[in-house]
Design a protein around this ligand. Structure first.
Ligand code: MGP
Ligand code: SAH
Length: 306
């Protein structure tokens, strides 16, 4: 049965609400360095640039698959993009994914179907304003870029070096590349040596077919089940955000908060873009606003890093 907290699930339509949540006191803890960290270089970026074209990852280029040519664009703009059938529907949502898409955003196939739509990423970042955040599964940077605009310090991790190079490139499009420490590595290996106020988890859901499952249980999350993900994150901080499929089993989600004693505070919100239900965000721990504790330069969401 759902607790009182769960019954008050908040439905948050990003289009309808202008709510902005500032977080509690400013904290200047920084993530600790780890020996096996590898920071992405320009060379990495150039390598992936050759392999990734208009959403086709290197692995994708090897396959002979039907592609769709799309001639679309904003007024005054003419562009020709070749995308795979899988990517096509996400390409049509490209400006919802990255408002600066036309400035030169780069994606690979997994990036297309996994990136957090910009309005939702902004919402997540607002909840972390002024604090230190680790984006454990950073992908092509949808969340990390918004965290960089509002948070004190951001570490963005992805196990796929190509993804990290794409995220670095995309961060440059938004002018926030200097505000993010990109790490190519396995979050599970790195976790014991990390410290931050907030851990953000937006893991693989097993691809776009996730929606064919009626009740998406935590064991279906990748690369490890949701319980393992959560427990590893808890070693870093009790303040954890999970971005989960809209068909996630909410009873199981609530159980995660009971893994701590006393149970963690939990807040659940449904995220919509233009009225379309995109995903569910779960906030474990403390995310209250306290602008008074922030340096003034951070109060307006300006970019800052220690
Ligand atoms: P979707 O349900 O595949 O697309 O993904 P859409 O257009 O809402 O589907 P429709 O068929 O109902 O119209 C919706 C959003 O979920 C994406 O924009 C991503 O933000 C997120 N998402 C989807 N997948 C498959 C993943 C994933 O594997 N990992 C993460 N972190 N997010 C995902
Ligand atoms: N929120 C991101 C999308 C994340 S998709 C965005 O908005 O762009 C999930 C990512 O997790 C993928 O890029 C995948 O490469 C990465 N990943 C998978 N296993 C991982 C691991 N063990 N450690 C770190 N990253 C991992």
């Amino acid at each position: 049965m759902l607790s009182e907290q769960m019954k008050s699930i908040r439905s948050f339509d990003l289009k309808k609400s202008a709510e902005s949540s500032l977080t509690e006191s400013y904290a200047a803890r920084r993530p600790l360095p780890a020996a096996n960290w590898r920071t992405t270089t320009e060379e990495d970026e150039e390598k992936q640039q050759q392999a990734v074209q208009a959403g086709l990852g290197a692995h994708h280029l090897k396959k002979k698959r039907k592609r769709v040519n799309l001639k679309r664009g904003r007024v005054g703009e003419r562009q020709e993009v070749t995308v795979s059938p899988l990517v096509e529907k996400y390409w049509f949502q490209r400006y919802k994914l990255f408002s600066r898409y036309d400035v030169g955003i780069r994606m690979d196939e997994e990036g297309w179907y996994s990136v957090t739509p910009e309005e939702i990423a902004i919402r997540h970042a607002e909840k972390c304003r002024g604090r230190t955040v680790i984006d454990c599964f950073a992908g092509v940077g949808g969340n990390a870029i918004q965290f960089a605009r509002m948070c004190y310090y951001v570490v963005a991790i992805d196990i796929d070096p190509q993804k990290v190079a794409l995220a670095l490139h995309n961060a440059k499009i938004y002018g926030v590349e200097d505000c993010i420490d990109f790490i190519s590595g396995d979050f599970f290996q790195l976790a014991p040596s990390l410290k931050a106020d907030i851990v953000y988890i937006s893991p693989p859901w097993g691809g776009p077919s996730y929606k064919n499952i009626q009740n998406f249980t935590l064991d279906l999350l990748k690369p490890k089940d949701g319980y393992s993900l959560f427990q590893v994150a808890q070693v870093i901080t009790p303040n954890i955000i999970m971005f989960l499929p809209r068909n996630i089993d909410l009873n199981q989600v609530e159980e995660l908060s009971w893994l701590s004693s006393p149970p963690l505070e939990i807040e659940i919100e449904k995220n919509y873009v233009d009225g379309n239900f995109k995903g569910i965000t779960v906030y474990f721990g403390r995310f209250e606003s306290d602008v008074s504790g922030l340096p003034s330069s951070l109060e307006d969401g300006s970019v800052s890093k220690g």
